[in-house]
Design a protein around this ligand. Structure first.
Ligand SMILES: Nc1ncnc2c1ncn2[C@@H]1O[C@H](COP(=O)(O)OP(=O)(O)O)[C@@H](O)[C@H]1O
Ligand SMILES: [Mg+2]
Length: 288
């Protein structure tokens, strides 16, 4: 069963003159229990996609569904962790997580809420830092707090917008391992946004590239057994083939983007020197 679905979704920003079209005709189904990684260059619309799934932005055309019902706004069944998730600076780690628990499990007893907070604080390895405030945490620890907050809401779907991208390689690898463990411990569906092919392959069941033109690329199934081990993957033929295929696809998609930008800027130059004449030529790329 698909738990989240985008049907012919178009989304952009601004109106008329200053309009930017970002996503164009996106069709995507997220299956119940799967970890889907959306992979793409920066500026291609990944955050826009997550915002649509979270119900924080409405599509300009098309529809978003959660369990076959139209999404009209955010909801506790869809937990989000953004890259720049704002933690409350005056609250400790424990209270930042507790706040999220309280927001979603308002009816639970104090003891139950405390237990939930403890559980997710432990899951991201922050029990020892419970009394620290965000300013006293490293970037990696702040990321963990925001992930713990999203987990603590016990959503049916976790939407993770580049949760690890701001981290150094070592911290990133460590948190990826923790993610894989968290993944094994919860049955939540996850949509992970990333710009890292290896991270996507290490964590996902399926990878879908977001093209620079705002369309989706083909599905790549990650048929690698879990738990996955980085060292073992390095000697795995399936892993290398998949990595090669996806990298090649992304490179070609990126080249196409560059080519289009070049054509468009030549056109602007020509158009400026002799607009009416140039517009009549077949080389003119200006929209009429
Ligand atoms: N609030 C906004 N207003 C105007 N343009 C935006 C806004 N948010 C994003 N954009 C533009 O939309 C495009 C896609 O942005 P985004 O979804 O953040 O991409 P990504 O997350 O892949 O880097 C970018 O060109 C960005 O400048
Ligand atoms: Mg983004």
């Amino acid at each position: 069963m698909s738990i989240l679905e985008l049907k012919n979704v178009h989304a952009g920003y601004g109106s008329a003159q200053s309009r930017t079209e970002v996503l164009k005709g996106i069709d995507l189904r997220v299956e119940d229990g799967e970890l889907l990684a959306v992979l793409g260059f920066s500026g291609t619309g990944k955050t826009t996609l997550i915002s649509l799934l979270a119900g924080l932005k409405a599509p300009d055309k098309g529809e978003v569904f959660f369990k076959d019902a139209p999404v009209t706004g955010p909801g506790p069944e869809r937990g989000v962790a953004f890259q720049s998730y704002a933690l409350m600076p005056w609250l400790t780690v424990e209270d930042n997580i507790g706040l999220a628990v309280g927001a979603v499990h308002a009816k639970a007893s104090r003891a139950e809420r405390k237990a939930l907070t403890e559980k997710y604080m432990g899951m991201v390895g922050l029990t020892h830092a419970r009394d620290r405030r965000p300013a006293e945490l490293s970037g990696g620890m702040r990321q963990r707090v925001s992930v713990a907050r999203a987990l603590a809401m016990q959503p049916e779907v976790l939407l993770l917008d580049e949760p690890l991208s701001a981290l150094d390689a070592l911290t990133r690898a460590k948190l990826q391992d923790e993610f894989a463990e968290i993944r094994a411990e919860t049955d939540a569906t996850m949509v992970l946004i990333t710009n890292d092919v290896d991270e996507a392959i290490f964590l996902a069941d399926r990878i879908v590239p977001l093209n620079p033109d705002g369309t989706l690329g083909p599905d790549y199934r990650v048929a690698l057994p879990r738990p996955r081990n980085r060292v073992a993957l390095n000697h795995d033929e399936t892993y290398h083939r998949l990595r090669g295929d996806i990298t090649k696809y992304l490179m070609e998609a990126g080249e196409m983007r560059k080519a289009r930008v070049t054509v468009a800027s030549f056109c602007r130059m020509w158009c400026r020197s002799s607009p009416s004449k140039h517009r009549q030529t077949r080389r003119c790329r200006r929209p009429t």
